[in-house]
Design a binder for this molecule. Structure first.
Ligand SMILES: Nc1ncnc2c1ncn2[C@@H]1O[C@H](COP(=O)(O)OP(=O)(O)O)[C@@H](O)[C@H]1O
Ligand SMILES: [Mg+2]
Length: 258
């Protein structure tokens, strides 16, 4: 049984990608292949031109492709926030002053700069998730993959992480891949890659995926509730765009039509 088959994707700096698919469709397998945690038994994976199977390439590839997993506790290593974020850069052999700058910048990016000296175990689940992201950012990755990393967060925390992911991609210094089975999290992406039983069944902008008939249904993903409402309104003859991320915006649009 193959976990992945016929997958052929290339991603570039500045792209904000949602990798979607039902549970077991192969998303995490693809993430593991991208940073060399898993090596392909067939086919190839290249990061900045280098094969993940190339002798001696893995340490650099793991720095280039940072992955944050669903469970932050499994990736936090330091006693304090500062120690935790410093762990990766210290392993790269950076000078203390440079490590300090990286820690500062990474904590600032995720909004935890005020808690720098605090113990990690005093953080909430959502804060731990942000800290795990900071730890990866401190490595200055070229690709940031968040594998269901918003799963433990409340809606505001999810919005915060997705907003951060989008800003990081817009900064053009890295590609950001948000792995999720919630289609509403894919709406802000510039490109959606959808997987079904180990294959890529769609690669394109979110509007096109939503317009693609019953594809979502077929691969076991639910249409975002707001899109579902907008679709119903359109079928009833109301002139509204199909894609909405915030209920406030849809409500405002409808009010203007009255
Ligand atoms: N190393 C592996 N070798 C073979 N099959 C695997 C391996 N890891 C996961 N799988 C299988 O691949 C499929 C995809 O798993 P996974 O990538 O975790 O899916 P997702 O992240 O989309 O939920 C599952 O059926 C899983 O059991
Ligand atoms: Mg997974």
């Amino acid at each position: 049984m193959r976990a992945l088959a016929g997958v052929n994707v290339t991603i570039h700096r500045g792209e904000f990608i949602a990798l979607v698919g039902a549970n077991g469709s192969g998303k995490s397998t693809l993430a593991r292949l991208c940073n060399g945690l898993l090596l392909p038994t067939e086919g190839t994976v290249r990061v900045a031109g280098r094969l993940t199977t190339e002798a001696g390439a893995l340490a650099e590839i793991r720095r280039q492709v940072g992955v944050v997993w669903q469970d932050p506790d499994s990736q936090l290593v330091g006693a304090t926030l500062e120690e935790d974020v410093a762990f990766g850069p210290a392993n790269l052999g950076l000078a203390p002053a440079e490590i300090d700058v990286r820690v500062d910048q990474a904590l600032r990016l995720v909004g935890l700069e005020g808690l720098r000296g605090r113990p990690v175990n005093s953080l909430s689940g959502g804060q731990k998730q942000l800290l795990a992201i900071a730890g990866v950012l401190a490595m200055a990755p070229d690709v940031l993959i968040l594998d269901e990393a918003t799963a433990m967060l409340h809606p505001a925390g999810r919005e915060q992480v997705l907003g951060l992911a989008q800003r990081l991609a817009l900064g053009q210094t890295m590609a950001v891949v948000v792995v999720t089975h919630h289609m509403d999290e894919a709406m802000a992406a510039s490109r959606v890659i959808a997987m079904d039983t180990g294959r890529v069944v769609f690669d394109g902008p979110p509007t096109r995926l939503l317009a693609a008939g019953h594809l979502l249904d077929r691969i076991g993903l639910a249409e975002p509730p707001l899109v579902n409402i907008a679709r119903g309104l359109r079928e009833a003859g109301v002139d509204v765009p199909l894609i909405w991320r915030r209920v406030e915006d849809l409500a405002e649009h409808l009010c203007r039509l009255l």
